[in-house]
Design a binder for this molecule. Structure first.
Ligand SMILES: Cc1cc2nc3c(=O)[nH]c(=O)nc-3n(C[C@H](O)[C@H](O)[C@H](O)COP(=O)(O)OP(=O)(O)OC[C@H]3O[C@@H](n4cnc5c(N)ncnc54)[C@H](O)[C@@H]3O)c2cc1C
Length: 456
């Protein structure tokens, strides 16, 4: 016999739990199904553990640089067991917070297990059959394991298993040169490991402008991270103490002790029985949704990483807000209303909003560009953290800000001043004429906007 609910949410990631909160508050009976850990990727093996480790790595880095600030320090050592304990404590507290909230939520049933559709309104979880009027998918994604010759013969790490390490690798080799790869690269270098990043393309963080990619590379190389680009034929061979990785034909092999594969993510939609519900996916397995996140099946929605509309915690949470607004508030919020924004948490971080300079150029519109190196940002100089630069592009005809990058100390926070002005759809002069607090990184944003020149 099947159990009936008003709504079933599959996956307790970043969108599912808050949606359960809104639906139950509206008097609905909701089942939320989770096959692994409540909180999903962000809480358990994504943002929260990595940013916790980035903070430990930053502490080690600053301690080593103590002399520059007149602070005497001795030999700096990193206790990986304590680093991991700190990370575990923060992750567990966060997961428990979401778990307790869901378990104590009136009208909400937490079901543990793997959910799979058996018909458009019914999911099977072990020996239970759950039936609902509406179904919301929040199944997230996982690391891609590429078809690399020799990979199956060695023990390799992903973003999940590397978080279990409590010892320092002698030489961590990371395949991939994007956000996840770069964050792990810098943190492990700062913990004391030798680190090599092996990227197939011609530059790191290839979604960014070339000057941003080049500066990221400089920042990482200045800390002793080896970077190999153009690794278009990676091959791996097991050795007695680890492995050898050859990045391309004819290149010298790199001898490593630990291998992290960080070459991208794929959606968890292959084992959900979507065909039994008639839900469409695209060629890469993402659930196809409209601008309000509804699938081709009228009573099924998809939120978060599994719909391919975003790959971040904030996009997943924003998806929840869009679904709740449309269903419960008679408020027609849309995915296309939001502005692309994210950060890369190397140190200094990169904060991004809107279009890149390359995208603006390719669009052919007339634009103005403003750039300022962090060496000319007083707060960065005072802090002794002057790597990077900030850049903004403005539409020369409408005066709207089109995009910005702040690669520098505080860039992940300061970018919001620009993002909010973009979101308000007001001219850039609203920001360039606002008095900001001295001394901050943000105070130079108005100055940068006052000194723009035409974009070639
Ligand atoms: C190393 C790393 C660092 C990151 N850092 C950041 C960052 O700094 N900032 C940022 O914004 N984003 C970051 N991200 C991305 C972010 O973690 C994800 O975008 C976000 O967690 C996606 O949330 P979600 O709600 O889509 O799904 P998830 O959080 O992945 O949750 C999906 C849940 O569904 C469950 N599930 C899947 N299939 C089933 C099924 N059939 N039955 C039952 N349950 C199922 C899974 O077990 C999982 O718990 C990072 C990711 C990684 C890997």
């Amino acid at each position: 016999m099947s159990e009936h609910f008003d709504a079933i949410i599959v996956g307790a990631g970043q969108a599912g739990p808050p949606l359960a909160g809104r639906l139950t508050a509206a008097g609905q009976r909701v089942a939320i199904v989770e096959r692994k850990l409540i909180g999903g990727t962000c809480v358990n093996n994504g943002c929260i553990p990595t940013k916790t480790l980035v903070a430990s790595a930053h502490a080690a880095h600053l301690a080593r640089r103590g002399g520059e600030y007149g602070v005497a320090t001795g030999w700096i050592s990193v206790d990986m067991v304590k680093v991991k304990d700190r990370k575990e404590g923060i992750v567990l507290a966060d997961r428990k917070g979401v778990e307790d909230w869901l378990e104590g939520m009136d009208g909400c049933t937490v079901v543990r297990g793997h959910a799979r559709f058996i018909d458009p309104h019914t999911l099977r979880v072990d020996d239970r059959e759950l039936h609902a009027d509406r179904i919301f998918l929040n199944v997230g994604g996982r690391a891609v394991v590429p078809d690399v010759p020799g990979l199956a013969d060695v023990d390799y790490l992903t973003n999940v298993s590397i978080l279990e390490l409590d010892t320092l690798p002698t030489h961590l080799v990371i395949v991939g040169g994007s956000y996840i790869a770069l964050e792990f690269a810098q943190m492990y270098r700062r913990f004391g490991a030798a680190v090599t990043v092996v990227e197939r393309g011609p530059r790191l963080a290839s979604r960014e402008d070339e000057d941003v990619s080049a500066t990221i590379k400089e920042i990482l190389e200045s800390e002793g991270i080896a970077i190999i680009l153009g690794a278009d034929d990676v091959r791996i061979a097991k050795t007695d103490n680890g492995f050898e990785l050859t990045p391309r034909a004819g290149a010298d092999p790199i001898v490593g002790s630990h291998l992290l594969m960080a070459v991208g993510r794929r959606p968890n939609t292959d084992d959900l029985g979507l065909e039994a519900a008639g839900v469409q996916t695209d060629a890469r397995g993402y659930v196809v949704v409209d601008d309000a996140l509804k699938t081709n099946v009228d009573h099924i929605w998809a939120m978060g990483d599994c719909n391919g509309k975003g790959a971040f915690t904030h996009t997943s949470y924003n998806d929840y807000e869009i679904v709740a607004a449309n269903l419960l508030d008679d408020d027609p919020r849309r995915v296309s209303d939001r502005i692309t924004t994210y950060a890369l948490y190397i140190d200094p971080p990169l904060g991004r909003a809107g279009m890149t300079v390359g995208e603006v150029r390719a669009s052919g519109r007339k634009a103005l560009i403003g750039t300022r190196p962090m060496t000319r940002v007083g707060r960065a100089v005072e802090k002794g953290e002057t790597q990077g630069f900030m850049q903004v592009v403005v539409d020369a005809e409408t005066d709207q800000i089109l995009g910005a990058a702040i690669l520098g100390v505080g860039g992940d926070e300061a970018i919001h001043a620009i993002l909010d002005v973009m979101s308000a759809k007001v001219p850039y002069t609203t920001l360039s004429r606002t008095m900001h607090i001295h001394p901050t990184v943000s105070e130079l944003i108005p100055t940068m906007l006052q000194e723009m020149t035409p974009l070639d």
